[in-house]
Structures are given as C-alpha cells and as structure tokens.
Design a protein around this ligand. Structure first.
Ligand code: FES
Length: 274
C-alpha cells in the first residue's frame, strides 16, 4: 500500500516535516509512539521516526526528520505526491499521560519533534506545561509556534544568543526546579542534553522521562543497535521504550556508542553530495 506525501516543509538546515497518508496508523497512534518508514520495500532500509502529529480527518501522520544518513537524505529528496512503500506502526510504548500538575518539557534541536505530541497530550490531560526549547542557533529552533499554542509558557534558548535567551536549556530548567512546584520533567534531545537535564532534576528529586528514539536502527527488537543500560539492566529502546526513567539511564555509555555511528553518517552525506 502506497503512502502519499501530502505536505512537505523544510524546517531548518537538514530538518524536514512531512505529512503522509497513513489512516490506520493515525487512528491507532498514541503520544510517544513511532513508525517504521521505507521508501522502497525492495531496496530501502526501514527508518524509525516518531509520529509528531496526526490529522484524523485527513488520515495523515506527520513525521519530522533530520537528513543525516543515506535513507534520510533519500527521504529529503522526495516531494509532495511521491509515496513511501511502507509505513508500519504505531510501535513502541505510549507515554504515560496523566495529570501530574506542573510539567516542564525540555526539547533540544530535532528532539522538539518527538517532544511536541507528548507536551500536547500532557496539556490536554490538564497539566500546566512549561516548554523550554533549545537549539544552537535561531535557524535550528523548530516548532516554537506549535509549542506556544499548547504550552502555558514557552522559553526559547540558543547557544549563540541569536534568538531568545543565550543559555543552555539546563539554566531555565534549574531555575524552575529550584523554585519548587515542578512535578515532572520530560526531556528529549541530544544524549548529552538529556544527561545534564537529568543531573539537574535529580538534585531536586523531580521525576524525569527521557526518550531515546534517536538511537534506534531497525526498530523491531532484532538488531540490538538500540540497547541501553537502565538501572543496571540492558533494555532495547524500540521494544522496552522509547521512554525511560532518565535518572536510571547510563548516558555516558550511550554517548560513547552513539559516537560510533558518526563516521558512517558523514560518509553517507559525502556520497550523497558527490
Ligand atoms: Fe534494533 Fe531496537 S532498533 S533492536
């Protein structure tokens, strides 16, 4: 069954939003879940991508991805009217959406995409949602308008000060935590960002959820590429996650493993540009 691309937008350098026909996935999906997408069933690998949003009337899902490897570069070259051969899902465990009270959602870079449906669902469940969105520069800050619509307060920060406050996300996070009244933190972004968010919230005993969707490979529990140590146990992000108690994740080990894929991503970009 072909899944047509009905909308495409470039959100920032190498980051794209696509709305894709996938009626049954849209109907079944819950916040925090992902799909496996393949452009060509015979020759393409399947890429796990978080469902950033759905439109039940149109029967579509929205995915947001960064073109960093061979397949995501191929995705980026597709246009409205083109189709994917496969959109399988929804997969992964949904986020535990409850009324917690005051929730701080922290997103970094492309992590804003998987964070958005969770923040939206937390708001709909009656929580006060404060969103902290971080990026290296103004151009790389995505989905700010969408977060403003579903948050009680949105704080934008950039590393270089080109937009919002010149700070790392942990600065406003620390201020909110030290002020008390934060019941839950949800942090999604680069592993190093999640590590320092967790260190910050741990000081104040604030429960913290992280999503490790970015480390998945085949997304089916078979390749072992997404394994992570959580509380001294080996977990597979795709079947046991993608969300975990951030205070129990061994981020140092995770950061080391993620570095091993860099060489292949750079090689894919170089070959694509040739
Ligand atoms: Fe392959 Fe989880 S992504 S086992």
């Amino acid at each position: 069954m072909a899944h047509k691309i009905v909308d495409k937008e470039k959100l920032s350098e190498n980051v794209y939003r696509m709305e894709i026909e996938a009626k049954y996935v849209a109907e079944a999906r819950e916040p925090g879940q992902f799909v496996l997408i393949a452009y060509d069933n015979d020759r393409s690998e399947r890429i796990p991508l978080t469902i950033a949003d759905v439109d039940l009337d149109k029967g579509t899902i929205t995915v947001i991805f960064q073109a960093v490897g061979k397949s995501t570069l191929e995705f980026a070259s597709l246009n409205i009217g083109d189709s994917f051969d496969a959109v399988a899902g929804p997969l992964g465990n949904p986020t535990d959406i409850e009324k917690y009270g005051r929730v701080v959602c922290v997103g970094g870079g492309i992590g804003n995409a998987p964070l958005y449906p969770i923040a939206k669902a937390l708001k709909q469940a009656g929580n006060e949602v404060i969103s902290i969105l971080g990026a290296r520069t103004k151009e790389l800050l995505i989905l700010e308008e969408q977060f403003k619509e579903i948050s009680d307060k949105t704080i934008a920060v950039t590393d270089d000060g080109s937009y919002g406050r010149k700070a790392l996300v942990t600065e406003p996070l620390e201020e909110l935590c030290s002020g008390g009244d934060v019941d839950l933190c949800c942090a999604i972004g680069p592993a190093v960002m999640m590590k320092f968010c967790c260190q910050t919230t741990k000081k104040y005993n604030i429960p913290t959820i992280v999503s490790l969707n970015s480390i998945m490979v085949d997304g089916t529990g078979m390749c072992g590429g997404c394994r992570v140590e959580v509380g001294g146990e080996t977990k597979f992000t795709c079947v046991d996650g993608p969300e975990f108690d951030g205070h129990k994740v061994d981020f140092d080990q995770l950061i080391k493993r993620l570095g091993s894929y860099k060489k292949y991503e750079q090689q894919a970009v170089a070959e694509h540009n040739c």
